[in-house]
Write a protein that binds this ligand. Structure first.
Ligand code: LR7
Ligand code: MN
Length: 572
């Protein structure tokens, strides 16, 4: 069985559902297929970081002590779907909200169940280096369900080569559940490699991961969510990539543990992590054409513009060289974008490794509370990421439903901006062009001449005042752009809907000032008008029928003197 993980499995905020967006197809960027090379993946080859070879190779350890389970007939064994007995249906429904999945059923399933080996066939025969680095596995959790937390830990203990597993760090982000205290301590004391770190205050997953990383002793940090099951042979392929180049950040394929019947479901091959505006994570399948032209095999690593966030291996020292996470990110969300942009723009690479597979319970809701409002928390995190990493592209982010964030206090960003300078990271334009050229990212919604239908003339800016004149594409004074944040601008000057004696006012652009915003094309009643957004009465830009004057007037659907058309429209 195979499913595609839809965007609905994960979206940054409830209002940002991308289910209805069309899945973008991958655009081939090179005319000729690149030479066959182990590192060829999506489209154009970036500067491939040096591949080093040290020790010898050996076959990946297909280690799984659970393959011959103690109780082959237990529910959910081998990753099969389990069923709730009729008598227990009520209880299983009642307990759903403890984790927003079938908590009752999860309890019936062995904590060390076997799962199907979903790797591409070549993986179990593949070679990895003998002297791989060790890893610390970090799980942070808040109020995680007992059975799933245990199953997560057991899957790591059972399916990781012991000499590579330095330790498992459980970071308790100030859980409120009693069973996560003494009972958890007692249970985990059987396993010398497992250590519990308790946070005194709720920090959110980002700072909780930082707390775990600070204690870690392994060469590589491997972060995992606390409701996962690692599959056979999951670890070595990840560590092997980091070993080849410490700037590679390796992610397993994330498979689905069904929230209703707890079955382990394989996902489609050739998926990579992408985002859509406003920074909403999603999956996209490589095109057949690209796969064919580049001879990409199912087991080849896939370059990823962004990672899902929860499951990845990164060289510990490299993680700190990159400045880890922005500690100003709260609770949940946005950190996957932050670390992805940071990795790519500052010299690293993100890959999905098909030979490494980990199941994850996708949940429709967060089973824990947010200390502050959920939506406000997530949007604040995203705005921090946009301000630090997106350069001029941040306007596209704000223009997709986040204009209200422009004048919100999102905390101090000095340290993050300094870090980006210190690391001499490339700009976002480079990222778009080289890592994610399929991203739809026009910098303006519309631009060019602003043609008035009534007078058949164009808007002109002349020595600080506005008028209109005979249209002439060669005159820079007639070039304007309509930005994502809805300003009407020429260079750094914006048209302000305030009337002065000389006409309309021009002001230095400032995205935080709502009075500089105009509505254009976004209103079905006045489609071609330029409407002063914050004026209490609807006022529109109008061209005088004589004398090349320009002024504001009550909007009138029928007036062609209020209709304006830009030369180019990039997006609606
Ligand atoms: O305040 C918190 N403190 C925590 O310790 C909130 C959460 N957590 C823990 C939590 O118990 C869990 O183990 O952090 C982990 C992740 O939280 P989830 O499982 O609620 O997140 P998610 O799976 O819905 O969301 C994904 O996006 C997040 C954005 O911040 C994180 O990056 C998650 O790690 C990430 N999960 C994955 O990438 C798994 C695959 C999902 C997809 C696609
Ligand atoms: Mn999760």
């Amino acid at each position: 069985r195979s499913v595609r993980i839809g965007d609905k499995m994960k979206s940054a905020g409830k209002d940002n559902k991308t289910d209805s967006l069309p899945v973008k197809t991958f655009v081939q960027v090179t005319a000729k297929p690149p030479r066959a090379h182990p590192d060829i993946r999506t489209g154009e080859l970036l500067n491939t970081t040096g591949v080093k070879k040290k020790g010898g190779l050996h076959k990946v350890m297909n280690l799984d002590v659970t393959l011959k389970p103690r109780d082959a007939r237990a529910p959910g064994q081998f990753g099969w779907a389990a069923e709730v007995p009729l008598d227990d249906l009520d209880e299983s429904r009642r307990r759903w909200t403890e984790g927003y999945f079938n908590v009752f059923l999860s309890e019936q399933i062995p904590v060390d169940r076997a799962v199907p080996d979903t790797r591409p066939p070549a993986c179990s025969e593949s070679l990895v280096h003998e002297d791989l680095p060790t890893t610390s596995v970090i799980f942070c959790f808040v109020d995680e369900v007992w059975s799933t937390l245990l199953r997560s830990v057991h899957s790591v203990l059972n399916r990781s080569p012991p000499h590579l597993l330095k330790e498992i760090l459980l970071v308790d982000d100030c859980s409120t559940k009693d069973y996560l205290k003494d009972k958890l301590d007692a249970y985990m004391s059987q396993f010398p490699k497992v250590r519990i770190i308790r946070l005194k205050e709720r920090q959110g997953l980002i700072r909780a991961r930082l707390a775990g990383a600070a204690e870690a002793k392994g060469d590589v940090l491997t972060f995992l969510d606390s409701h996962i099951e690692c599959n056979v042979g999951w670890l070595e392929p990840l560590l092997d990539r980091v070993y080849l180049d410490r700037r590679k950040v390796a992610c397993p394929v994330i498979e689905v543990i069904n929230d209703k019947d707890m079955s382990y479901v394989m996902v489609d091959n050739f998926q990579r992590g992408i985002f859509k505006w406003p920074l909403v994570f999603g999956w996209s399948t490589l095109s057949k054409d690209l796969i064919r032209k580049n001879h990409i095999k199912v087991s080849d690593p896939i370059r990823c513009p962004v990672m899902a966030g929860g499951l990845f291996s990164i060289d510990r020292k490299y993680f700190y060289e990159l400045g880890a996470y922005d500690p100003g990110l709260d609770v949940w969300g946005g950190e996957n974008m932050e670390i992805s942009f940071k990795i790519w723009m500052c010299g690293g690479e993100i890959e999905i490794i098909p030979c490494s597979r980990v199941g994850h319970i996708f949940r429709a809701e967060n089973p824990y509370g947010f200390p502050k409002d959920r939506q406000k928390t997530v949007e604040r995190n995203l705005a921090r990421v946009a301000e630090v990493w997106l350069d001029e592209y941040k306007e596209i982010f704000y223009g997709h439903g986040y204009l209200h964030l422009l004048d919100r206090n999102i905390g101090n960003l000095t340290a993050q901006i300094q870090l980006r300078k210190k690391l001499q990271c490339k700009n976002f334009k480079w990222y778009v062009e080289n890592v994610f050229p399929e991203l739809d990212a026009p910098l303006a919604k519309a631009e060019g001449l602003v043609f008035n239908i009534g007078t058949r003339k164009c808007l002109v800016q002349d020595k600080g005042s506005l008028s209109f004149g005979v249209c002439d594409l060669s005159k820079q004074s007639q070039h304007f752009s309509y930005s994502w944040v809805r300003t009407l601008r020429q260079n750094t000057t914006c048209l302000s809907p305030q009337v002065t004696e000389r006409g309309l006012a021009l002001e230095p652009c400032d995205n935080t000032k709502p009075h500089l915003r105009w509505l254009h094309k976004s209103n079905k009643f006045l489609p071609e008008h330029l409407i002063a957004d914050t004026h209490p009465q609807r006022t529109c830009l109008e061209a005088g029928s004589e004398g090349n004057t320009i002024y504001l007037k009550a909007c009138d659907v029928s007036s062609s003197y209020q209709k304006w058309h830009f030369t180019h429209y990039y997006a609606q």
